[in-house]
Design a protein around this ligand. Structure first.
Ligand SMILES: [Fe+2]
Ligand SMILES: [Fe+2]
Length: 159
């Protein structure tokens, strides 16, 4: 957990990160790792939007949520294009996992609009677990494939 203090303000301003980047999430593909770092940042923003409380939580959460959906789509697009290019054998299943996450995000957003106020807090935690779980299992699987192809000289260092 990171707590940053804003020195320009006497009141304690806390910016709490529920998740921080760790090298254990690295895929070895720079472009993808940078996007995963951005995803983690967006999860933290979403979490902070939930902490905002009061009347602003609705607007802040919705805004953070649409930034999240937009970025997740962009990231999955990049990843799928890469998997296709490198001819990753399990691409079909990987795409299915991506589609399932997009569906859950959109359902949570809909539940929230329909008045289920518990959604923000529980959803951010679920999302965090899902994203980290996906990186640890599925993204790591293609990372191993990439490393193997590089060893064999089939893929270069730059992808
Ligand atoms: Fe993925
Ligand atoms: Fe990913």
């Amino acid at each position: 957990m990171i707590i940053k203090k804003d020195s320009s303000d006497d009141l304690l301003q806390t910016d709490v990160a529920i998740v921080t980047w760790d090298e254990k999430y690295a895929t070895g593909v720079v472009l993808i790792d940078n996007q995963h770092k951005e995803l983690i940042e967006l999860i933290n923003q979403l979490h902070n939007a939930c902490l905002a409380g009061g009347e602003t939580v609705g607007t802040t959460f919705k805004e953070a949520m649409s930034r999240m959906v937009e970025y997740v789509r962009f990231h999955f697009g990049t990843e799928q294009e890469l998997l296709q290019r490198i001819k990753f054998p399990d691409i079909h299943n990987h795409k299915k996992q991506h589609a399932a996450l997009i569906k859950s995000i959109l359902e949570a957003a809909k539940d929230y609009s329909n008045g289920k106020k518990y959604v923000p807090n529980t959803f951010v935690r679920t999302l965090k677990d899902w994203v980290l779980g996906h990186i640890a299992v599925y993204d790591k699987a293609y990372a191993l494939y990439v490393a193997d192809q590089r060893r064999k000289g089939i893929l270069g260092d730059k992808l």
